[in-house]
Design a binder for this molecule. Sequence first.
Ligand code: GLP
Length: 351
Amino acid sequence: MVKSSTDKATGFEKCFEYINTVIFEDSDTASKAVAREVARLIREKQDNQQYCVLGLATGSSPKGLYAELVRLHREEGLSFANVISFNLDEYYPMEYDSINSYVRFMKELLFDHVDIQVQNCHIPDGTLSKQEISEYCSDYESKIEARGGIDLQILGIGGNGHIGFNESGSLQNSRTRLVALDYMTRVAASKDFLGLINTPRTAITLGVKKIMEAKQVILMAWGEKKSHVVKSTVEGEVSSKVPASYLQEHNQVTFVLDKEASSQLTRVQSPWLLENMVWTDKMIRKAVLGLALRLKKPILMLTDDDYIENGMSDLLAEEGTSYDINIKVFNKLQNTITVWPGGKPGSDDSK
Ligand code: GLP
């Protein structure tokens, strides 16, 4: 299991999070931890003379993982001879050697640098005719089944909560298929295709069903731009609007985040809701300001009940009354204003 050195996650009181979520200092450290988990699994399978079936993702999120796996192969002798891989998706139509093809991506970042056997690498084929796709997709699933299913599925997450190219609206039992891409997904991809006009409108993706059938899933997300979708996936309701939220119903899933991607989680935004806080001045300021903003009230109008009803009764007990807390925070803010109307210089404005 992937563990973070900075994170309390594994033993964390999870009244808000419905997915096991681990936060790392940065994506580099996180990618290395995921690589160690992948390597552990590959070696465990080797020891038992078994194949290791990996579900692989593309996009920017797994790049650090692949770089570390290549390093582990070169420097620490990790062999991929027993690995069978199935990629999640591919744009359609797409030539194998096109600059944006996932075939090319996987070769350049992983396959060409390790000892995986070419015939064991599977990536949805973007060169098929439309008529061939449906049969091809059910064969793709049969091949996965013939190998006993995916042992470990690696995922990224789209800004709209897609996994693979299962866009908002995809059903939990959706199969591998040709899909139309969301406008948002196409905009995100358009920088690689030199403009929206050149960006494919369709793709072939592994369905949600096969992803959910994987024995273990690791989803990686980096950067602030993923923080909102991470929050709704981890803390929100399971909904087809955010297909990644289906993972709440998987029993062996870990979300691996860097600090920025975790920044909207309740445990980061409002840690006082989850554990006994040591209330520093900075934390008090953050909590009181957040409360005032949420309740749309001026700080000086916050009442004892506001504090109690919003999980801050321990602060109230420590500080006395809402009046005491309010004026303390208000003064702090007021004192940051150095000119009128920040207060008359030298006057006592603490009441
Ligand atoms: C792409 C891929 C997904 C990927 C996601 C996030 O469109 N099809 O499999 O996980 O979008 O991409 P990135 O990792 O670049 O943020």
